[in-house]
Design a protein around this ligand. Structure first.
Ligand code: LHQ
Length: 255
């Protein structure tokens, strides 16, 4: 239900159920977690690009899989969705969502849990939970207010209104918007640029910044000092300083 391909330092993970708008199934969750673990292990991977096949990014839970059933919502989320969201966080490499089309429900949450969001001008975001009487899950109640602020987050979650790519850019829900025709080329180029940067330093930026959301100033300052000790011992730090002194472009290796 997904495709996984590594080239030029980028692992492209494509959600691949285009006729179902790439809606989540139990198998897809397992495959995404496995792909993220593989990308974390593989030194050739220095950035992960997550996208959807066909017209949509991801429409959330496959409602066909759950309709007419009495489901244990708590168990469902804890078993299937939460491990996937936690795996995105645990991955110490940049994760870019290339939002090619609609991202709805837990599909929107998935995009929010990525580190950077690029959108096609055809992309849109629908916090669809409310339309079926549910609560934003898969980190939606955590990331959405942190990304767009509590006022906008409550509005989007309570109304379920569709947000266009243009509006998403305006409210900081996405980082860039590209024309639909060249979208994947632009997204891959963006990911390749990230993949050429100091990967360990970026992994530490990710961990430290997300931790900073949970901590006070003193604790954050202390964690920064620790993270800097680790970053300061990398080959890429030495290369960055050497390149600056020698007035040349750096050649980072991700180590
Ligand atoms: C789909 C789906 C879909 C199956 C489009 N499933 N087929 C956690 C705990 C436990 C249970 C519940 O869920 C969760 C987490 C969640 O994610 S809850 C939220 C679940 N997602 C939704 O409620 C979104 C439902 N979909 C929509 O609102 C619309 O389809 C969107 C806004 C995504 C797209 O609208 P349109 O562009 O107008 O496309 P469409 O509605 O015509 O859909 C295209 C096809 O994709 C269609 O199939 P068909 O065979 O008729 O062409 C849809 O049935 C299918 N599809 N979403 N979630």
């Amino acid at each position: 239900t997904i495709l996984y391909e590594v080239a030029e330092g980028v692992a492209v993970v494509t959600l691949n159920r285009p006729d179902k708008f790439n809606a989540f199934t139990e198998v897809m969750h397992k495959e995404i977690v496995a792909a993220l673990k593989e990308a974390q292990k593989d030194d050739a991977v220095r950035c992960i690009l997550l996208t959807g096949a066909g017209r949509a990014f991801n429409a959330g839970q496959d409602l066909g899989e759950v309709s007419g059933e009495d489901i244990d919502f708590g168990g469902f989320l804890r078993k299937r969705y939460n491990p996937m969201i936690l795996q995105l966080q645990k991955t110490e490499k940049p994760i870019v969502a290339a939002v090619n089309g609609v991202a709805a429900g837990a599909g929107m949450s998935l995009a929010l849990a990525c580190d950077i969001r690029l959108a096609s001008e055809k992309a849109s975001f629908v916090n669809a939970f409310v339309s079926i009487g549910l609560v934003p899950d898969s980190g939606g109640c955590y990331f959405l207010p942190r990304i767009v602020g509590i006022g906008k987050a409550l509005e989007l979650a309570m109304t379920g209104e569709k947000v266009s790519a243009e509006e998403a850019l305006r409210i900081g829900l996405v980082n860039k918007v590209y024309p639909a025709e060249s979208f994947m080329e632009e997204a891959v180029a963006y990911a390749e640029k990230l993949a050429a940067l100091p990967t360990r330093g970026i992994g530490l930026i990710k961990r430290t910044m997300y931790k900073g959301l949970e901590m006070g100033l003193e604790e954050t300052l202390d964690y920064e000092a620790y993270a800097q000790e680790v970053a300061g011992s990398t080959a890429d730090h030495k290369e960055g300083v050497a390149a600056f002194m020698e007035k040349r472009a750096p050649r980072f290796t991700g180590r």
